[in-house]
Design a protein around this ligand. Structure first.
Ligand code: TYM
Length: 371
């Protein structure tokens, strides 16, 4: 698909056209009636309908994670692949094979992931990529960089246009939760954009910005002329950690150590753009590995978000609050009446407590038994 054909040169002419299948073009058109608009800013599944992840793979031009990937990972790491892989929770990728080839040849790669600190509390969905990244760091024993995008949330959220400090503070709170995932302190670098911007990192930001046009920003992120210009400058900042020379204290001058980016599928537009620019800068394209969405408590197709605190479990909730939320608000797949339940059983596909277990109960047999 689009950005997997790097030989073709993008001209100004192709850059002004929407969705081009056979160029390096990354502009994506949001069609009317498209009920699967998934991007970093629309939130999850605005239509309330089930997300068709196969359709998403096709639309985004990524690839499905196949059973042979799992076999290969097991062979290379000497351990059973993480249950997020076994259960198809991490379901899609870009260039995972290249990263596995790199590892097989004994060459280095690194992990990159991030968090946009929109509040002082992360919810369980935010945690998924971090839990998975921790597994990858342990299994492959590689360096990890974690970007805290206090600038991004300031540009996109701040009702109070002066309160950057608040997002910086949220970032610090979120870092505590992230650290608690247990990353290797010797191999992990966590930075906030407002703290780290400068030097080699900023040089990459600048180079990336030079390759991104307004048309691309409009197409990929839905930004328009009335938006603050921070929104336009930001995507290059999320792209820059994909390149090893942004971190001279880890990689020296080396610009060709490839990375793989664990992320929720909503973040993919950033990295489609990044991969396009990487080709132009003669950097390795970042590989990606995408997860499905962790469902809202209110139902697998409902929206999880700060507007309804009962839609999500936050890392700051007490065990009592969690218990109450689950008992009072979790959508049940049970039959509507006793008779229905006895006749048809529960629909586990929509039963939120069961779905949560698929994410957090590692033991396959126990899960089957509960099911
Ligand atoms: P943020 O803070 O919105 O989300 C952090 C990470 O959590 C994922 N995520 C989810 N995954 C599964 N189910 C959900 N319900 C759910 N909600 C959020 C997101 O996809 C993300 O991976 N711009 C980013 C910060 C960032 C980043 C990165 C993320 C900077 N660099 C590199 C991933 C990789 C953001 O605001 O994420």
């Amino acid at each position: 698909m689009a950005e997997t054909q790097p030989e073709k040169i993008v001209t100004e002419e192709t850059q002004t056209k929407p969705v081009e299948q056979n160029t390096t073009q990354v502009v994506e058109e949001k069609k009317e009636g498209d009920d699967q608009i998934i991007d970093p800013y629309s939130g999850v599944n605005l239509s309330g309908k089930a997300i068709d992840y196969n359709k998403l793979i096709e639309k985004f031009g990524c690839s499905a994670i196949r059973p042979d990937h799992l076999e290969r990972i097991e062979k290379l790491t000497g351990q059973k692949p993480h249950h997020f892989l076994r259960r198809g929770i991490f379901f899609s990728h870009r260039d995972l094979d290249l990263i596995l080839d790199t590892y097989e040849k004994g060459k280095p790669f690194f992990l990159y992931t991030g968090r946009g600190p929109s509040s002082d509390a992360m919810h369980l969905g935010h945690l998924l990529p971090f839990i998975f990244t921790k597994y990858l760091q342990d299994a492959f024993n590689v360096p990890l960089v974690i970007q805290i995008t206090d600038d991004e949330k300031f540009f996109h959220k701040g009702d109070d246009k002066t309160d950057l400090e608040q997002y910086i503070k949220y970032g610090i709170e979120n870092i505590r939760d992230i650290i608690a995932c247990g990353f290797d302190p010797e191999k992990t670098f966590i930075f906030s954009d407002t703290g780290y911007m400068g030097g080699e990192f900023y040089k990459n930001v600048v180079k990336i910005q030079k390759h991104i046009t307004w048309n691309q920003l409009k197409g990929i992120f839905g930004i328009n002329e009335s938006d603050n210009t921070g929104k336009a400058s930001y995507p290059a900042i999320q792209a820059a950690p994909s390149f090893s020379n942004s971190f001279p204290h880890i990689f020296g001058k080396s610009k060709d150590v490839p990375c793989i980016i664990p992320q929720g599928i909503d973040q993919d537009p950033y990295f489609r753009m990044t991969r396009d620019v990487a080709f132009k800068l003669r950097y390795p394209k970042p590989a990606c590995i995408h997860s499905k969405f962790f469902p809202s408590l209110l139902g697998i197709n409902a929206k999880m978000g700060a507007s309804d605190p009962n839609s999500a479990i936050y890392l700051t909730d007490t065990p009592k609050q969690i218990e109450k939320k689950i008992n009072a608000h979790a959508f049940s797949g049970g039959g509507k009446t006793k008779e229905e339940q006895e006749k048809y059983g529960a629909n586990l596909d929509v039963d939120v407590p069961y779905q949560y277990l698929t994410f957090f109960l590692e033991d396959d047999e126990k899960l089957a038994e509960i099911g």
